[in-house]
Ligand binder design. Structure first.
Ligand SMILES: *Cc1c(COP(=O)(O)O)cnc(C)c1O
Ligand SMILES: [Zn+2]
Length: 432
């Protein structure tokens, strides 16, 4: 692939570097790769001005909330870029969810407002564009759902086939529906996400298919734009904290990588702290961070937050590196905490899928334990749309998640009523 500014790949472990002439996901030593931009050739002030000038554009590739920042993402000509105008998502005052977390300055960046309903679109526009630049003919991924929904949508725009490896029966309904609808070739693997991930890597290598999991370093580049866009929405005033859910750990790695680049360029002059939140049943990063032990995969990850039900996250080294840079923390939350926080996010009129609400559940926990002060400025990332997982929503509100150990604490159950005025009146009188 050819790009317009000096860019190369660098190994996270041994530091070996590679140019972009060949498709690579791993270093010769086996570890994963970062995209490195030549920051010395960039003037931070000039770049920031350019990005601010693009902010109000009504159309065109660089009005996308990813490609607005193309100089630090993937610097290629607009004609090569496959975009669905992703990004430009809202930054909401957290309202009820803020009160619940005990925070006075809590904003929620709603990445579920992306075109296919999750932040994955930010990485995917970049990954599919890279696929085009490498002249790939077919793309593939293993997915807990949102990556496949996003990949299928972008491949459809691109006009090439996409192959999806999903764990059989373990994918939220909305996500499966999207993959099928956008025309993804959908393979239901008899195993969990980690099994599907291993298999897709083998198949891609064997069949010359371009792999679009977050092991693909270009996807991480696109996802950096979440942080860039939040900061631009805040007029480059840096919050004290970002809080973000962690599954395969690509997104938090992207966030800290992007922040680090902005800091190095002098575009920001303060380093925000980042808190990564994992589900208790899929918590390898938390365990490692808390106990100071070596990384160890979780064998049978389990959580209602299917988007983060990952036991062997591919990006854990990048994640730890980023957390060390920003003095970050890792927290874990229970199933009940996730779903109660979700009820609050939803009742605030914002709404998000279960995994997203780890940001709010984690915020509450970190405030309660004194790690975050109630007056600190905090931005929580909501990663996916409320409609992705209707089963989880209805299950909570009908209080039928007991077998998963989850109570409908804040359930808003539907009320059955006879079809006449007096019956309706009796019920409403008792409620309002
Ligand atoms: C993919 C995803 C996550 C996890 O992000 P990672 O980069 O895998 O850590 C969290 N929430 C939602 C909704 C997702 O789709
Ligand atoms: Zn290496």
């Amino acid at each position: 692939m050819r790009v317009n500014t000096e860019t190369h790949l660098e190994c996270v472990s041994c530091g070996a570097t590679y140019d972009l002439s060949e498709i690579m996901y791993n270093c010769k030593c086996g570890d994963i790769l970062d995209v490195k931009h030549d920051l010395d050739s960039i003037d931070g002030e000039v770049l920031k001005k350019k990005w601010d000038d693009r902010w109000g554009l009504k159309r065109g590739v660089v009005s996308s909330g990813v490609w607005r920042y193309k100089e630090l993402i993937l610097n290629t000509d607009d004609k090569n870029i496959i975009t669905k105008q992703e990004g430009n998502t809202r930054l909401y005052p957290a309202g009820k969810a803020g009160e619940y977390a005990g925070l006075n300055n809590f904003l929620l960046k709603h990445e579920g407002e992306n075109p296919s309903g999750s932040f994955k679109d930010r990485g995917m526009t970049c990954g599919i564009t890279a696929a085009g630049l490498y002249n790939a003919k077919v793309v593939a991924c293993a997915s807990t759902g949102n990556t496949s929904a996003s990949m299928a949508a972008y491949a459809a725009v691109w006009g090439k086939p996409s192959v999806i490896f999903i764990p059989a029966g373990k994918i939220a309904y909305g996500k499966l529906a999207q993959a099928l609808a956008y025309g993804g070739i959908t393979l239901q693997i008899d195993g969990n996400f980690d099994d599907a991930m291993t298999l897709v890597q083998e198949v891609c290598a064997e069949m010359n298919i371009y792999l679009l999991n977050s092991i693909n370093p270009f996807r991480i580049e696109g996802q950096k734009a979440i942080g860039f866009e939040v900061l631009q929405q805040l007029d480059w005033e840096v919050p004290d904290w970002f809080i973000i859910p962690g599954g395969n750990l690509g997104n938090n790695s992207a966030l800290t990588k992007g922040l680090q680049e902005l800091y190095q360029l002098g575009i920001i002059s303060k380093i925000p702290r980042v808190a990564v939140i994992q589900a208790e049943g899929a918590n390898p990063l938390y365990t490692m961070w808390k106990n100071g032990t070596d990384f160890e995969a979780v064998k049978d990850p389990e959580t209602i937050a299917t988007a983060i039900k990952i036991g062997n996250p591919v990006s854990w080294k990048k994640s730890i590196r980023g957390l060390e840079w920003c003095n970050g923390v890792v927290e874990e939350v229970t199933e009940q905490e996730i779903m109660d926080a979700k009820a609050m996010v939803d009742r605030a009129g914002i709404g998000a899928e279960p995994a997203s609400c780890c940001s709010v559940a984690g915020a509450k926990k970190l405030v309660d334990s004194g790690v975050i002060h109630p007056d600190e400025k905090v931005v929580g990332i909501l990663t996916g749309n409320i409609l992705k997982d209707p089963d989880a929503v209805v299950g909570y509100h009908k209080d039928t998640l007991q077998e998963m150990g989850i109570n409908g604490t804040y359930a808003n159950s539907p009320v059955s009523v006879k079809s006449d005025m007096q019956s309706v009146k009796n019920i409403l009188d008792s409620i309002i």
